[in-house]
Ligand binder design. Structure first.
Ligand code: ADP
Ligand code: MG
Length: 610
């Protein structure tokens, strides 16, 4: 038998290698933008068609390539950025593997125009499936323009697996953010299907972040700065009150490279401990610089994961710096609120700032009243929202009663329960601010308040979405919310459905959302949270998901609008909730299949006393 092992032809090897480097249009975007930055560009234009499936074009004013270099650039392992293995430990460029362009050339149709400062004429190259099909001199300005057309045109199996334009565009936008955010010194623009999405001028870090995330971000940023031998940190954290349910706005850059790092993420999160609402995530934009030989960025082909030499020390430094920044912010902040008080970071204490929080002490402050604020209480949907102040004491009273009922072991309250039971009417009360207990002729009903409300809202919203007749409460003053452009794009895509639920949009474009009407059950202060949840759901659930868009929207909105565990309900609100629950088609389970109530029959109670 003859030998059977052969070397793969280059174009096949390149296609295989391309699989690692180029998973989707966004991968190409990342490589091209990084090459432009590595070439020292101060201006970059990115033009995308059909979420990158038809065209990805990047134009830079960087140092350009000679004719030979332009050809070489598309060979595998061809790079100008390193020449020895030692260079790997002293990287100052984004690229270094020399395989990006070769990979892209294997699976797309490419044209390149490039010219160096010192040359009179530039070079035009066309490459298709790794083969150079055209090369000629061309009149062009200094810099490089690369156009990547019809990605995966020769690998139908890969092309078929591309996601919807919406999803692919989101990935591209993510990559664009990651590069733009770390290079505010570079003017950079992004156009999709002839619409300009970003046009960012040269600016400071802060202005760049705001330019990307929207004008409202500015007031939310708290600066962080720290210099140590092991690491220097600069950047911003989001004020605790702007923390989000989604993990969206978390950015670490190490030596100008976007990375993901669970351990360091934990360091930041733990610095926020006690300051955030349940399950919300702090936002951060942190630029870390470490000695190049103390970090290994080489362990992952797409290079978002890195390994540090001394992770434990970095953790401690990062945590302390973020705490320090939070402490400074609270000391300086005029609207600092008592309930948001937190432990004083050690270095603030060291610097003698310890007296500041004491000044703020409010002698009337009662920590037990926190949860009894009217805004936390459930308003029966059919009622007008009361003006907040006069109700405050009333609600506090209600809370006391519920607390009493909480402790049903006390003899007094147990006996009063029995007395009430003798009267032929429904008794209803709240337990642990979580359950509604209602007496029935035949026993006891224990209802999970949050789940019950979720079911009610879900059925209402779904009905409105199906018959398309949402009822709105008109707002006296429209609400204006700033969101990143791509999040507004998601809302635009959902606009019709959202309007069926009762939203009325005055405008919905670029990064501004203006709302002049709301679904009846939605409180004004909850609007940002609900929109955020809707956007997050769309971002994380791919359209291939089995639920219909209407169903998905109803579910998300119902979950985020529902009253929560921990909210105090008065008896009227509880009565309404129970009535509405049992008017539902499926009162037993939530839309995600969780049990809403249990029924303790007289018989089952009896059996417990045997
Ligand atoms: P790497 O970036 O890892 O070196 P690439 O395949 O991305 O590998 O690029 C190969 C080479 O082509 C680079 O090392 C660089 O010399 C050259 N190159 C690529 N893009 C540009 C550009 N926009 N301007 C100038 N040179 C470029
Ligand atoms: Mg590169």
């Amino acid at each position: 038998m003859s030998d059977i092992i052969k070397l793969l032809p280059d174009h096949v090897a390149n296609q295989i290698a391309a699989g690692e480097v180029v998973q989707r249009p966004a991968s190409v975007v990342k490589e091209l933008l990084e090459n432009a930055i590595d070439a020292g560009a101060t201006q970059i234009q990115m033009i995308i068609k059909d979420a990158g499936k038809t065209l990805i074009q990047v134009i830079d004013n960087g140092k350009g390539m000679s004719m030979t270099d332009a050809r070489m650039a598309f060979e595998r392992h061809a790079t100008s950025k390193i020449s020895t293995a030692d260079d790997l430990f002293n990287l100052h460029t984004k690229g270094f593997r020399g395989e990006a362009l070769a990979s892209v050339a294997a699976i797309a149709q490419i044209s390149v125009k490039s010219k160096r400062e010192e040359d009179d004429l530039g070079t035009l190259l066309a490459i298709e499936g790794s083969k150079i099909t055209k090369q000629e001199p061309v009149v062009t300005s200094k810099g490089t323009m690369i156009s990547v057309r019809n990605l995966f045109y020769n690998v139908p199996a890969r092309r078929k697996f591309l996601k919807s334009d919406q999803v692919e565009l989101r990935n591209i936008t993510d990559e664009f953010h990651r590069v733009a955010m770390v290079h505010p010194e570079v003017a950079i623009s992004f156009t999709h299907n002839d619409t300009s999405l970003f046009n960012l001028v040269k600016s400071t870090y802060r202005q760049r972040i705001v330019g990307i995330m929207g004008a409202k971000t500015n007031e939310k940023l708290v600066p962080v700065e720290e210099e140590t031998e092991l690491m220097s940190i600069r950047g911003f954290i989001g004020k605790p009150e702007f923390a989000r349910k989604t993990r969206g706005l978390q950015y670490f850059f190490v030596n100008n490279r976007f990375i993901k790092h669970n351990y360091l993420n934990h360091a930041v999160a733990s610095a926020f401990e006690g300051l955030l609402k349940d399950k919300s995530n702090p936002s951060y934009f942190l630029y870390l610089t470490v000695p190049t030989d103390s970090v290994d960025i080489n362990i992952h082909p797409t290079k978002t994961e890195v390994k540090f030499d001394d992770e434990h020390s970095l953790y401690a430094i990062l945590r302390a710096s973020v705490k320090h920044a939070l402490g400074q912010f609270s000391v300086n902040s005029i609207d600092f609120q008592q309930e948001k008080q937190y432990e004083v970071p050690y270095d603030v204490a060291k610097n003698g700032f310890t007296q500041a929080p004491k000044i703020e002490v409010d002698p009337d402050f009662n920590p037990f009243q926190q949860d009894s604020k009217p805004e936390k209480s459930y308003q029966a949907p059919t009622f007008q929202k009361p003006p907040s102040q006069p109700w405050e004491s009333l609600y506090a009273g209600i809370e006391e009663t519920t607390q009493l009922i909480d402790e049903t072991h006390t003899e007094e309250s147990t006996s009063s329960m029995f007395q009430q039971h003798e009267v032929e009417q429904r008794n209803i009360f709240q337990l642990q601010r979580k359950f509604i207990i209602s007496t029935l002729k035949s026993g006891l009903l224990v209802i999970n308040q949050q789940r019950a409300h979720e079911r009610i809202l879900y059925e209402k919203l779904l009905r409105q979405l199906t018959v398309q007749n949402g009822v709105s409460q008109q707002l006296l003053f429209p609400i204006k919310i700033n969101l990143p452009v791509e999040e507004v794009a998601i809302l635009i895509a959902l606009q019709e459905e959202l309007e069926h639920t009762g939203f009325l949009f005055k405008s919905l474009e670029n990064n501004v959302v203006e709302i002049e009407g709301l679904p009846l059950e939605l409180k004004e202060k909850d609007v940002p949270g609900v929109l955020e949840a809707v956007i997050a759901k769309e971002q994380h659930d791919l359209p291939e998901n089995t639920y219909s868009p209407a169903d998905r929207l109803a579910q998300t909105m119902a979950t985020s609008m529902s009253i929560k565990t921990g909210e105090v309900l008065n008896s009227e609100a509880m009565e309404n909730l129970v009535d509405e629950l049992f008017a539902c088609k499926e009162p037993e389970i939530t839309s995600s299949g969780k049990k809403i109530f249990i029924n303790l029959s007289g018989d089952s109670l009896n059996s417990k006393f045997n």
